[in-house]
Design a binder for this molecule. Structure first.
Ligand code: PMP
Length: 341
């Protein structure tokens, strides 16, 4: 497969972004090149457009070369870039599973790309055959999400690999919730095997930094260098960069608590007879099926607990999605549910 030929022609010929500062290797320069205010406030300078120190740190953590890492304003930026790089508006198509994260559809609509949704099976399992059947000559992207939002389950690895092998376009595998799943579930190490694989991750979930907006994409050098040419030069601001570097250490202790709380909630939820199904989850949320979702949702809001009503999404009829909170928050939720009916 020639990835180069999948990239829209106008983008293939863009020059890589560079600044005059790239030509100076010291750090005590007198910077008169960017029309900044010279008085030091900690934020008077533009950020590094190449995000070098951040990518080096991420490379150490993830065991991936910095040249195979893209950092964006949330993974939502990377999702949008996929359409802008690979899809000609009003001509090309993309495929996503359904139900899944809503942003693929929004980004497709914004970029005037037809998104074909392929329903997951009853138990939210992925069927590679169904995805491949939906592929047309115009299909440039397939979005998979594992663990999937809002269902919570990991998708079958062998089906993902089959799509990677048999679809001659880009497979975007969104692993926003991968840190909550069993170790070894990530496809990150496979970016060296599949040149059409883009793995998305984020600091918004397990890393606890949703507020700074930092999403990651991992892929071949060709795809990453193309994303770097298309992104806005200063997409990661100085504060995001600083806070990420200060906080990119261990997440293990919080992860352990969240995963054990997920299991506690799963067990406790199953004891309530108004909760018909608690779907298996490899993420930091649980999808539950109830008889009157809106009634329960409203009752929870009345008591100050905000969950997500997913009951109007095809495949999620009757379902609410509940994020795992702190142990205290979860106990309070269970207490409120105990009062319900
Ligand atoms: N992917 C999935 C599956 C998500 O659920 C979310 C956020 N809810 C995102 C991506 C967006 O993450 P970010 O905060 O990095 O934009």
């Amino acid at each position: 497969m020639k990835i180069e030929s999948l990239i829209r022609e106008n983008i293939r010929n863009l020059a890589p972004y560079s600044t005059a500062r790239d030509e100076y290797s010291g750090n005590l320069g007198i910077y008169l090149d960017a029309n900044e205010n010279p008085f030091d406030s900690g934020i008077n300078r533009y950020p590094d457009p190449h995000q070098r120190s951040l990518k080096e740190r991420l490379a150490q953590i993830k065991g991936v070369s910095p040249s195979m890492i893209f950092t964006g304003n949330g993974s939502d930026e990377a999702i949008d870039l996929m359409f802008r790089i690979f899809c000609t508006p009003s001509v090309d198509e993309a495929i996503s599973i359904a139900p899944t994260y809503g942003m693929y559809k929004v980004a497709a609509a914004i970029n005037d790309v037809k998104l074909v949704e392929v329903a997951l099976d009853e138990d939210f399992a992925l069927s590679a055959a169904k995805i491949l059947e939906a592929v047309t000559a115009q299909t440039k992207l397939v979005f998979l999400c594992s663990p999937n939002n809002p269902s919570g389950n990991l998708l079958s690895g062998s089906d993902i690999e089959r799509v990677l092998r048999e679809f001659h376009g880009i497979v975007v595998l969104d692993e926003a919730y991968i840190d909550f799943a069993a170790q070894g579930s990530s496809f990150l190490s496979k970016i060296v095997d599949y040149e059409n694989l883009v793995v998305l991750q984020t600091l918004s979930k397990a890393w606890g930094m949703a507020g700074i907006r930092l999403g990651l994409a991992f892929a071949s050098e060709l795809i990453i260098s193309t994303m770097n040419r298309v992104k806005y030069p200063y997409n990661i601001n100085v504060l995001t960069n600083r806070v990420a570097l200060e906080n990119l250490y261990s997440i293990d202790s919080q992860l352990t608590v969240i995963v054990s709380e997920r299991e506690r909630l799963r067990q406790e939820f199953s004891k309530f007879d108004f909760i018909k199904t608690v779907f298996p989850s490899d993420a930091n949320f649980l999808l539950i099926k109830v008889e009157e979702p809106r009634k329960l949702y409203d009752r929870l809001i009345d008591r100050g607990v905000i969950v997500r009503d997913r009951s109007r999404i095809a495949g999620c009829e009757g379902c609410l999605r509940v994020t795992v909170g702190t142990p205290e928050e979860n106990s309070k939720l269970l207490e409120i549910l105990g009062d319900y009916q």
